[in-house]
Design a protein around this ligand. Structure first.
Ligand SMILES: Nc1ncnc2c1ncn2[C@@H]1O[C@H](COP(=O)(O)OP(=O)(O)OP(=O)(O)O)[C@@H](O)[C@H]1O
Ligand SMILES: [Mg+2]
Length: 351
């Protein structure tokens, strides 16, 4: 069996990334090709470790090699990832590839829970994740990860003094809740908060991040508007519950992000506490708070529903206990995290 690296590249140029509509070779996803007799190995760099199309792409590569080179080639594929960067985010913060803002209009709809869960899932999938708690009125991220008593340490990086994020396994956390007197912040106004948050972004030693998730304060007032205007956000995720009052507020949040010149893409809507499945009647599904509002909202703003989450007693109790990164309920967030990462990669490829 005799074939070259060129043959391999030619074969794999017949495999398209289904989302990006270009072939893997053009996208520079195929690397580290090694040939030894009829043994072939190479790496495929996906746009995110959370890529839901991983198996599909791997199978397509195997089929292409078999078809264009020969079925007798012994193929070993290392499916790995290099998260693509949003140009705007990356220009402002060279170490950060994407910033995801998690917002809502209404308070108490599960924004912090969702931000923490998505961060945990993306981190477990192999991404470098940071979570910035921007909710100065009710910082919840320290509680959700059970690290509320941590004090912030300083460290000098290249001659600059930076604040060290608090680690929860591999997830880097920063919250105003870690600072000595968080109560002071409650009287801050928009511009002050925006300044403080800018500092949390540039004054924290985040290191290399694939995804920086920002848990925004609830509402669509002055503060949220300033944040949306000043932070280099790649896209927003809107969390809502199904009630009309929540949907009405979520609509305001969507309008705020979409407003020109802000123009932050809405990556999708997450419908939280959408239904209840009783433990003793798992075949029953009750839509306690109503149905259909999130779908209408998604249509109106030309975006998608990233997922609908059930009311989960376990999620609530685990988050109260600070077990966010290990709760069994994270399984409900896997597909949402995949779809979110996928949408960011698509958006990045179009810029
Ligand atoms: N799917 C769910 N099932 C059950 N409880 C949930 C669910 N999602 C969130 N909760 C609970 O609802 C409460 C509010 O959630 P969370 O603090 O995440 O909301 P929030 O939108 O961040 O609120 P705030 O506006 O105060 O920042 C918490 O006690 C949380 O555990
Ligand atoms: Mg919150």
């Amino acid at each position: 069996m005799n074939f070259t690296e060129q043959d391999v590249l030619k074969a794999l140029s017949h495999v398209d990334d289904p989302d990006l509509h270009k072939d893997l070779v053009t996208l520079n996803m195929v690397r580290n090709i090694a040939i030894n007799g009829n043994q072939l190995s190479f790496s495929v760099y996906l746009t995110t470790p959370a890529c839901p199309l991983k198996d599909l792409i791997e199978n397509a590569c195997r089929t292409a090699i078999s078809h264009f080179i020969g079925p007798e080639v012994d193929v070993k594929i290392n499916m790995t990832a290099e998260v693509t960067a949003d140009k705007k985010t990356n220009a402002a913060l060279p170490n950060v590839r994407n910033i995801i803002a998690v917002g809502s209009g209404k308070g108490g709809v599960g924004k912090s829970t969702v931000a923490a869960a998505l961060g945990s899932v993306l981190s477990k999938m192999g991404a470098n994740v940071g979570i910035l708690d921007a909710d100065i009125y009710g910082p919840s991220i320290p509680i959700l990860f059970g690290v509320q008593n941590q004090a912030i340490e300083m460290e000098v990086v290249n001659g600059v003094e930076l604040m060290k994020p608090v680690m929860a396994d591999n997830i880097k956390l920063f919250s105003i809740g870690f600072l000595s007197n968080p109560n002071e912040a409650v009287v801050w106004r928009g511009p002050m908060i925006s300044k403080a948050l800018q500092q949390f972004i540039t004054g924290v030693n985040w290191g290399q991040l694939d995804y920086l998730i920002i848990d925004l304060p609830p509402g669509t007032g002055d503060i949220q508007l300033t944040l949306a205007q000043t932070l280099p956000i790649s896209g927003a995720v809107i969390v809502t519950t199904p009630q009309n009052v929540a949907i009405a507020d979520a609509r305001k949040a969507c309008a705020m992000f979409s407003m020109q010149p802000i123009g932050i893409p809405i990556l999708g809507i997450i419908e939280n506490m959408a239904y209840f499945i009783p433990e003793d009647a798992p075949d029953k599904k009750y839509f306690i708070f109503g149905e259909g509002g999130a779908r209408q909202l998604a249509t109106q703003f030309n975006t998608q529903i990233l997922g609908s989450l059930p009311i989960s007693v376990q999620l609530m109790s685990d988050s109260d206990k600070g077990l966010m990164k290990d709760t069994d309920s994270l399984k409900n967030f896997t597909e949402i995290a995949q779809q979110l990462a996928r949408q960011l990669a698509i958006n990045n490829s179009l810029k």
